[in-house]
Design a binder for this molecule. Structure first.
Ligand code: GLC
Length: 471
């Protein structure tokens, strides 16, 4: 089967979050299973572009509203990522260092989508599936079905995967002329609550919709930033498929970012050495249990609660544990975490920014990973943590609910809490400390989580089964 994935991110080309990890690994597993999976994404100006060799495969042009733009499609020459990787270059719009965060993001991603559909419409053959991811590619199914110039693509089945429904790409109707001449009878397909809503449009126009866990799919019908009724109405074509992880890139026995390697058969010594190295960098005491938070410092991840959780824990439970935070995001949270340094002293470390290598070292060196997310469609960090023998302390929501079982349950291996509140998280920290006080119990949980199978294999097969129902 030939599957064309279209997305704004793909690791290691460009990544802002978990979407990049998924698009960088799922296609490889699909290729390994004998399919032809391709990835099409914008050509940002990231290091990956300059380090690798490319062939130009197509040059074309299209209109975004009243302005014409030229685009170029290039393909990575060596199959470096295990699948065909295509980048779309549009001068003046996509040639930026960052993936998101520009005032003209709407125009950038609309031009990208127009270029992709225009290029697809010129292929001499028809792929079996077009698989779009999140709202940045959400207008593609509409364009394939309702733009006059591209209607011959209408019979290609489209699957939409929602990695995060908080972001929907909403824009006003004054931008509707950006979409190449379209059937105005189909205006309702684009619309939600009086505006053009690319995520809603993709839900309506795609043949199947998946989210990255079952629980998140159910939650969307109750809470999805205004789309609840749509998810309820379209539930027949929606399903959850939990993400996997790339177990080659994330392997503590071989991880090039780690100084000390270890495997599930005997993780204790390796973890201890990694912890000592990490604590050395941040001036922490390696004898104390280490809690880490890795991720975007935004409300969705409940990062705004961290300063108080850390402060309260050190103050009320006592200086019996250490905390390390790695991430960047909302400036208020960054400032509060920064100002905690004085009080936190040798029990608290902070790295503001994104650092892939340091993240790997945190997973390896930590005892517990905090993930109190208010919303978590799947969550990959808890899966990476478990692979590295770090016990997840997570809120019982979305993909966290589907992948972490509380130690109080039969066969449980993590610590879960109900609410994203300072009280609940601090209580979970307390429970983690109780577990840590029993080294044999901790070691047994550690070995168990390292052996859980969260690889892509099963999930990748589920996508293939889903595609088959559409052929
Ligand atoms: C988004 C979600 C995260 C999910 C990831 C990959 O970043 O917030 O929960 O794991 O996408 O699907």
């Amino acid at each position: 089967m030939e599957i064309v994935h279209i997305a704004a991110e793909c690791y290691p080309v460009a990544k802002a979050g978990g979407l990049g990890d998924v698009v960088g690994s799922l296609p490889r597993y699909q290729c390994d299973a004998g399919h032809v999976a391709k990835v099409v994404m914008p050509m940002y100006r990231t290091g990956f572009l300059y380090r690798n060799a490319w062939d130009v495969v197509h040059k074309g042009g299209a209109a975004l509203g009243h302005s014409w733009f030229d685009y170029t499609v290039i393909r990575e020459r060596t199959n470096l990522l295990g699948f065909d990787l295509y980048l779309i270059d549009i001068n003046g719009l996509l040639d930026r260092d960052q993936v998101y965060g520009y005032d003209d993001d709407t125009e950038r991603f609309l031009a990208f989508q127009v270029a992709v559909v225009d290029w697809l419409s010129r292929w001499e053959h028809r792929p079996d599936i077009v698989h779009v991811h999140d709202h940045h590619t959400g207008m593609i199914p509409f364009m394939m079905q309702h733009c006059f110039a591209y209607r011959h693509l209408a019979s290609i089945p489209v699957v939409l995967t929602i990695h995060n429904a908080q972001y929907q790409g909403v824009m006003g109707w004054e931008r509707s002329h950006y979409i190449p001449a379209w059937d105005s009878w189909k205006r309702g397909m684009m619309e939600w609550h009086g505006a053009i809503n690319p995520l809603a449009c993709a839900v309506k126009c795609s043949h199947r919709v998946t989210t990255v866990s079952d629980s998140y799919m159910q939650e969307l019908r109750v809470s999805s930033n205004g789309l609840e009724a749509l998810f309820e109405y379209e539930r027949g074509k929606c399903m959850g498929i939990v993400n996997g992880i790339d177990t080659e890139a994330w392997d503590p026995a071989r991880d090039p970012y780690l100084e000390h390697h270890y495997a599930s058969a005997d993780p204790e010594r390796g973890k201890r050495s990694n912890k000592e190295a990490l604590c050395g960098i941040f001036g922490l005491d390696p004898r104390k249990p280490l809690f880490v938070f890795i991720g975007r410092l935004v409300g969705e991840k409940a990062a705004d609660l961290l300063p108080q959780v850390i402060g309260d824990s050190l103050h009320h439970i006592g200086r019996r544990m250490s905390f390390l935070v790695l991430g960047s995001g909302e400036s208020v949270t960054e400032a509060r975490l920064e100002s905690l340094k004085d009080f936190g002293r040798s029990e608290y470390g902070l790295y503001l920014g994104y650092n892939e290598g340091l993240a790997h070292r945190l997973y390896a060196g930590a005892d517990f990973l905090l993930m109190p997310s208010r919303v978590e469609p799947c969550g990959l960090n808890q899966l990476y943590a478990m692979r590295y023998g770090t016990i997840p302390v997570v809120r019982n929501t979305g993909g966290l609910r589907d992948t972490v079982v509380d130690i109080g349950e039969p066969g449980g291996y993590g610590i879960t809490h109900l609410h994203a509140s300072v009280g609940d998280i601090t209580h979970a920290v307390h429970r983690a400390l109780q577990l840590y006080a029993d080294p044999a119990a901790t070691a047994s949980v550690r070995s168990r989580i390292m052996e859980l199978d969260f690889s892509w294999q099963a999930s990748s097969d589920k996508y293939i089964d889903l595609y088959r129902t559409l052929k």
